[in-house]
Design a protein around this ligand. Sequence first.
Ligand code: IPE
Ligand code: IPE
Ligand code: MG
Length: 263
Amino acid sequence: MIERLKNWLVGYQKEETQKPGDEERMEVLKKGPMPRHVAMIMDGNGRWAQKRGLPRIAGHRAGMKTVRHITRVADDLGIEALTLYSFSTENWKRPKDEVNYLMGLPEEFLRTDLDELVRRNIRVGMVGREDELPDHTKRAIEGFKEGTKDNTGMILSFALNYGARSELIHATQRIIEDVQSGKMDKEGVSEALFDQYLYTANLPDPDLMIRTSGEVRISNFMLWQLAYSELWFTDELWPDFSRELFYQAIDDFQRRSRRYGAV
Ligand code: IPE
Ligand code: IPE
Ligand code: MG
């Protein structure tokens, strides 16, 4: 009985986001090379709200719904890792109310979405400086990590209080510590080792990076990891980013020729 109810719920949620033709579209995409790791700069929430005469936080609320939908699409496509840039180290410069609102979203998302994430076998993690977050935000992140730690499917990472420059400095400091304490020698510092000191140590480099809202910049996101990522930009604002656009991004990705400097 419970099993049937669960299946019905999963089916219901699928119907909510998938339209006729989506299965077929995904089958075609799945035949091509699928990015293992997709990273997204979720931008344009504020402008989405402003266009409607709403406060910026209404845009963040709408953006959270997109997070839910896009996570489902990524999972349905069989992507191994999805990383969502949610709050940068520079976003502390925003008005206090907006920052507080954003810091409350993980708790809300935990309440509303943990069950589905567990059902989907998704493991949730965070990249960024956790120690500087407010306690209630840290608790929500820990709740996600704890609640999904046994899951073996897609890794969903929230880049929260994330800044690539700060990440690189942090990694460098830890490497210096390990060299000074004799744990390793200077010659041991390779690209592969450096990777292990980043917040993304458990993740492959993003194959595809998507940014919404028409801005064509990186905004301090994964400067090291994006070295050979394919970049894809859309003018659509994050709350309007759709399943269809995600398919388009994957389709474009599959048409690109990744050469890594070779011919
Ligand atoms: C969301 O979009 C990104 C976050 C920092 C949460 P913005 O809040 O930057 O929206 P715009 O760019 O001002 O429209
Ligand atoms: C990048 O967006 C950070 C996030 C999406 C979390 P911003 O809106 O902060 O970037 P800029 O200020 O336009 O470069
Ligand atoms: Mg922005």
